[in-house]
Design a protein around this ligand. Structure first.
Ligand code: UT7
Length: 331
């Protein structure tokens, strides 16, 4: 696969407020033991009432600027992957433009649910390769707490808020992205949806509360079978074996799904990065949060090969293999 795109900076942010499993015990009939055993989640970070997805994006990009001493003044395109934009329009990406006063940039939000960040990397790679753009901010960000039904114990224990950003730029040499794959099964869209837009797929009259509705068991089944096949297809496209990949970073949906994906695809758990334990399922933000935690800890280092694989609402899948070239920071 062709690529001239290099990742030149990473930044992340999670809101300060923490929602623990014992906090959830006070809201619904659940307990810490069930949540940890069935999902691997211990706590999640939750935005304040005044914090929106755009605020999380600003903080993640600022974190990137501070750590890597990069400028966003000459960014010429912004992509925000999110299922929780502050509003449908203006886009979150256009608010990022305004916040940083970027003088000349295109912008768009994309919606591919938990596959959003990997899908955004694929799009940015194509835009850079085409020569239309040279410096792109790619952000995955969510405030899922704002669309979580805290009376539904099957979903409210899962979701958290966060944001992660990559800066991707054109290089003269070979780029970092070495393989990509994506797949959608819209016939199963009714298994996981945001209710305000779901009148047709749910078969119910229009609902206006805009909350996450999930058939967890069915999505789980789909994830461990079809997503595993997708990961194998991406590996086949790349001509690589699992042991040639340094880090497997599947979307942090559920630790049991990650374990099962590893079993079915031949990755070892020790090769796997996730953000599930401390952040929960943060949808489009889960992959950059997992990578950045490992970058800061010195586990992910320059020269290593990473396989990123997002999956979720749609039902969508998107994955990329990339060669990491960044230190923890440039300071
Ligand atoms: O990110 C996008 C993609 N999303 C996913 O990948 C999520 C996929 N699904 C899952 O992660 C899991 O299906 C869940 C975590 C949502 C649920 O776990 P599960 O092991 O599939 O549980 P289940 O739905 O089979 O329910 C088992 C039992 C049920 O009780 P009965 O009917 O056996 O008496 C549930 O009512 O667990 C009960 N239960 C709970 N108990 C305590 C469901 N939620 C809870 C809870 N606390 N929070």
């Amino acid at each position: 696969m062709q690529s001239n795109a290099v990742i030149t900076a990473i930044g992340t942010y999670v809101p300060e407020r923490i929602l623990t499993n014992s906090d959830l015990e006070k809201l619904v009939d659940t307990n810490d033991e069930w949540i940890v055993q069935r999902t691997g989640i211990k706590e999640r970070h939750i935005a304040s009432d005044e914090q929106f997805t755009s605020d999380l994006c600003f903080a993640a990009v600022q974190n990137m600027i501070d750590r890597y001493e990069v400028s966003v003044a000459d960014v010429d395109y912004i992509i925000v992957a999110t299922s929780t934009p502050d509003s449908v329009f203006p886009s979150v990406a256009s608010q990022v433009q305004a916040h940083f006063g970027i003088p000349s940039t295109g912008s768009t939000d994309i919606q591919a649910a938990c596959a959003g960040f990997a899908a955004a990397i694929q799009l940015a790679n194509g835009l850079l390769l085409s020569g239309v753009h040279r410096k792109i901010l790619v952000i995955g960000a969510e405030t899922l707490s704002k669309i979580t039904d805290y009376t539904d114990r099957t979903t409210c224990i899962l979701f958290g808020d966060g944001a992660g950003a990559f800066l991707m730029e054109t290089s003269e040499g070979i780029g970092d992205i070495t393989a990509a794959y994506s797949k959608t099964d819209g016939t199963r869209g009714h298994l996981l949806y945001r209710s305000s837009l779901a009148s047709a797929i749910s078969g119910h009259p229009i609902q206006t509360n805009g909350l996450i509705v999930q058939n967890g068991r069915e999505v789980y089944r789909w994830a461990v079978s079809h997503v595993a096949e997708g990961v194998q297809q991406l590996l086949e496209n790349s001509g690589l074996l699992p042991e040639q990949i340094d880090w497997f970073i599947p979307h942090s949906a559920n630790m049991r799904i990650i374990e099962s994906l590893c079993e079915r695809t031949g990755f070892a758990m020790e090769q796997t990065l996730s953000s599930i334990q401390l952040y929960g399922n943060t949808s489009a933000a889960s992959i950059p949060l997992a990578i950045d935690e490992a970058v800061r800890a010195g586990r992910v280092s320059p020269g290593q090969l990473l396989l990123l694989y997002g999956f979720g609402g749609g039902l969508t899948q998107a994955g990329v293999i990339l060669r990491w070239s960044l230190p923890a920071n440039r300071q």
